[in-house]
Design a protein around this ligand. Structure first.
Ligand code: NCD
Length: 332
């Protein structure tokens, strides 16, 4: 959301810099980065998400957002993020403009710029979710828009709503966050869900255990944030080094679409596979998470293990997105 009175003349861009922290509430705010959140903000959203779950389980839907419109603008493929936002809005009684089946069917394919597309959609909608391949694109959209923008993934940057649902899942499953040992496995370099979750977890007292090949190590800025907080970190190549220590094993897909050199991708694909045998070494009370889609990182044999939390995690996404939509539209 652009701030009035702060306008530059950059072709209509109301430059506001980074999205502000959510200290004064969510109403009318953009959700661009997890760095906007405090622990209090998270508790607030998690509390609403629990209420949303209760409503959905009891009666399926409510008319809290009746008469409001969400525009979903997805320049990259999506199953869970787009459909959970659409389901969230529908269950709250609102409606959706779904530009999710490929922007090739919108005027983007005619060469329309991101700012013009945003200006168009905001004249019809009350809030917008955008997913785009370029890091920083959600912030650019927010700089132009007068209505709230929610970042649904900006390239290798962030995926804040995923991090919220991930953290919510950890709390729901294990009852706490402080004191946990968190293992993150796979593509830590390009995985935006990892970047957002690792940053968000810095609000808590946890131990990080990163597992990746050398070329997919966590970006320096995320690592520096962790070190600045003074949280303990280990880095290894082998998941067997950490599997018996962790309370959360957060597994990720190697992000093939981010590789400039596909030969490099071939070198690291299929490096990590969580199997029932490997799960034999894990704690009895731990959880395996994955933002999904998985492309072989968790074998299907793990699905029936009660510690496999990834499908419950996925469902939580709808409750979290219901909570966020209600909050930014001032109806929570
Ligand atoms: C993730 C994404 O798009 O970053 N998917 C999701 O939103 N659940 C993870 C991925 O694509 O690997």
């Amino acid at each position: 959301m652009a701030t009035e009175g702060n306008a530059s003349t950059d072709n209509g861009r109301k430059k506001v810099g980074l999205a502000p922290r959510l200290d004064n509430g969510f109403y009318g705010q953009d959700i661009i980065s997890v760095s906007q959140f405090t622990r209090e903000n998270l508790e607030y959203i998690f509390g609403i998400a629990e209420e949303m779950r209760a409503i959905v389980k009891r009666v399926g839907s409510t008319d809290l957002l009746k008469g409001t419109v969400l525009a979903c603008l997805f320049y990259e493929p999506s199953t869970r993020t787009s459909s959970s936002f659409i389901a969230a809005m529908s269950r709250l009684g609102g409606t959706v403009i779904p530009i999710t089946q490929g922007v090739q069917f919108s005027s983007v394919s005619k060469g329309e710029s991101l700012p013009d597309t945003i200006r168009t959609l905001e004249s019809y909608a009350d809030v917008m979710v955008i997913r785009h391949p370029e890091m920083g694109s959600a912030q650019i959209a927010a700089d132009y828009a007068r209505k709230p923008i929610i970042n649904g993934g900006d390239g290798v940057g962030e995926h804040p709503t995923q991090a919220l649902l991930d953290l919510f899942t950890i709390k729901e499953e294990l009852g706490r966050v402080d004191g946990l040992d968190i293992g993150m496995v796979g593509d830590l370099r390009y995985g935006r869900t990892v970047h957002s979750l690792a940053r968000l977890l810095c609000l808590y007292d946890i131990r990080f255990n990163f597992v990746s090949p050398e070329i997919l190590r966590l970006p320096l800025d995320v690592m520096n944030g962790i070190r600045k907080r003074g949280l303990p970190v280990t880095e290894t190549y082998d998941v067997a080094d950490i599997i018996s220590d962790v309370d959360v094993l957060y597994v990720t897909r190697v992000q093939k679409e981010r590789f400039a050199d596909l030969a490099q991708y071939e070198e690291v694909r299929g490096l990590y596979v969580i199997t029932p045998e490997l799960m034999g070494q894990a704690k009895e009370k731990m959880i395996v998470m994955h933002p999904l889609p998985r492309v072989g990182e968790i074998s299907y044999g793990v699905d029936s293990d009660p510690r496999a939390a990834y499908f419950r995690q996925m469902e939580n996404g709808m409750y979290i997105r219901m909570a966020l939509l209600a909050a930014v539209l001032g109806k929570a």
